[in-house]
Design a protein around this ligand. Sequence first.
Ligand SMILES: Nc1ncnc2c1ncn2[C@@H]1O[C@H](COP(=O)(O)OP(=O)(O)OP(=O)(O)O)[C@@H](O)[C@H]1O
Length: 294
Amino acid sequence: MSSSSKMSSSSKIVSAPTESQDSFEVNNLAVNITITKGCLRYHDSIKPVLSEFDMTMPAKHWTCILGRSGCGKTSLLRYLAGLLDQQVIWSGACSIDTNQQTLPDLSNQIAYMAQQDLLLPWLSVLDNVTLSSKFGSETATVNKDKARILLAKVGLADNANHFPQQLSGGMRQRVALARTLMQDKPVVLMDEPFSALDAVTRYRLQDLACELLKDKTVVFITHEPQEAIRLADHIYIMQGTPASATQLQVPSTPTPRPYDAECAQLQQGIMHCLAQDSGSKLGLEIGSGNWNWS
Ligand SMILES: Nc1ncnc2c1ncn2[C@@H]1O[C@H](COP(=O)(O)OP(=O)(O)OP(=O)(O)O)[C@@H](O)[C@H]1O
């Protein structure tokens, strides 16, 4: 399949939304994405980044991807977002369906939150958040009202008129999260969305994203096993060179998931897979027993 035929976003955080002015219209298209025997190679590389790559990303679920640095996680997300069309050769199947029909092109259905915040420096925080909805059906006033609510939720109510360069890295990441939530797309791709946040803010924004994106197909990358365990309905570890994907069994408890003994066991499993992969990359030998933190 060609890439164009695949799917070709010292402050106080406010609490969860209430029914009235805080409620959002939700784009409810349920999109399933399935990759089968995917192979992705950059034009200027001899070796593929991904090979024999199988992954299922079901609608209304969070699929989390972990893997050592450089294994190809961002490449996968950028491919799904349709951002690599000119740079890679793809083979294999990447099907997108909505339970009723197969969609030829989902480029319009995706919100992508990249590793870099990609905020436009000449626009205010508020204008950055509303930018992607400028051409939507709603009026500018409605969009600005929505954006202000989201900025309050990510703890930036007082920063709406600031410019990106006036914010810390974590604040910028929160603006990027608000912009992603603002887009209300059925598919949300997030590349380490909480990486720059302090522990408490991270925890609260995980909860917020979990709540506001519960009806979406969410694919997110993290280097934090506990974050994956807390938020994911499905976890994949990318391993090897070129990378393939291994799925791990996730507890059936609802997300955000409290940490329990089952989660601890899953964390051991994730660490073992990651250590095995990094170990083989570094020429180390990793035993098959439990992974120890020491
Ligand atoms: N535009 C490009 N052209 C050629 N090779 C690239 C390009 N972008 C990335 N790569 C290579 O593809 C491989 C995977 O990179 P990618 O950014 O997808 O890894 P990653 O798993 O997201 O890493 P990290 O966890 O460090 O963000 C790396 O070897 C990288 O050098």
